[in-house]
Write a protein of this length. Sequence first.
Length: 461
Amino acid sequence: MITLAVGISTTLFTIATTMVLVALPSMSKDFNVDITTVQWVAMAFFIGVSSFHLPTGRLGDLFGRKRVYLIGYVVTTIGFIGAIFSPGIYWLIAFRGLQGIGASAIQANATAIMVSAYPPARRGRAIGFYGSMSALGLALGPIIGGAILQIGEWQTMFAILVPWCVLGFSMGLLAIPNSSMRATGTFDYLSTLLLLIALGPIVFALNRMVSHGWNDPLSLSFVCCFAISGFLFVKRQNSMESPLVDPSIFSSSLFRSGVIIAFLGFMAFSSVLLLMPFFIQNLMEVPVGQVGLLVSISWFVTAMFNFISGPLVDKFGTRPVLSIGSTLLAICYLLVSRLDESSTILHVVLLMMVIGFSQSFWMAPTNTRILGSVLRHQLGLAGGFVAFCRTFGFALGTALWGGIFSHIVLTNSNATIAVEAASRFQETGFRTTFLIVAVLSGLLALYAVSVRGASTDQTDN
């Protein structure tokens, strides 16, 4: 029952993350704003989730994961209802940020709740299921969003998620046990503020640099804001008696490597989510209605094979399974870089299937490495890191790969908008960007192979 409750919450918010992306053109038209404004409907959610993953994970460790988990549902439901009745675009952006805060409370504590309910021998199986539900939601989001827009308005997207929230809250209330185990210390509100000031500006800066250039003064000022706030945040964690992020959690080589691999791995995969739709539609001239389905194939395959990769992690450990998955992903990105406008839909389908298969053998061991290397009272914080790596990796990756692609295309052509340049220039941009992604993934694969360590038995001192 706990597994089902957590699965519902995971699927809910991965659907909410990707479903809205297909509605941005409709929102732009309804509110009469351009893309530079309406894109913040998506970015506000990413910033809300990324900034509050670690704080809400810490709150769960201090005050009870079930309590914070359920409060997250209340906050998110308010965000969904507010989005339905938003009178203007800025109200909608604000309510999307509120949805992100609620989602962070649920996601950060969902993984900790699931892991604490299973013995170490079955931990990989549980995390594999969690990864499957996450991948399923990411796959269904664009498809559901497109179907809704065919028959109704974008407000319907948020309306259908409200009863899902009620179901998830009810199941969590009934199925998740109250735990008497609490971490010691107090909650650090100033660190939470510093984290928000650090993460919000860097996402804004990288996103703005795509259209205004890498030397844009406002963007550079936000980068400086990120650097200063981030430095103060790290310094405060090392000096506080009860920090938001306990520095001792990084004493485990498995935890450190897991966080690095998860963050950079999701950052690399965001290149597929961002660029493949443009490649399929602009260069291959595939109808818009089929683009979302083709991109979603990888997540459907990931969802299926996570049920296999999880038990393999339990049997063989994280290192061999992660090494296989990381190596396969690097090869996949290299193959993606070889696609051109003569490639067929069959080429894309097969490649997306292999990416999904490889992703499943990367995701389960990475999450297990993070969650299996901390003490039980640190599981909420570790769960926050799992969710933080995914959402912040996607956010930064989207801005970075879009900027690199645009820079390459605009440098080599006379176009003013990268996606409107001649196909041969776009092809050069796609190929070079994915070559960079392949190199990054190859380095991650070598790093995954090199790191050794032992998982904790998750007893407390």
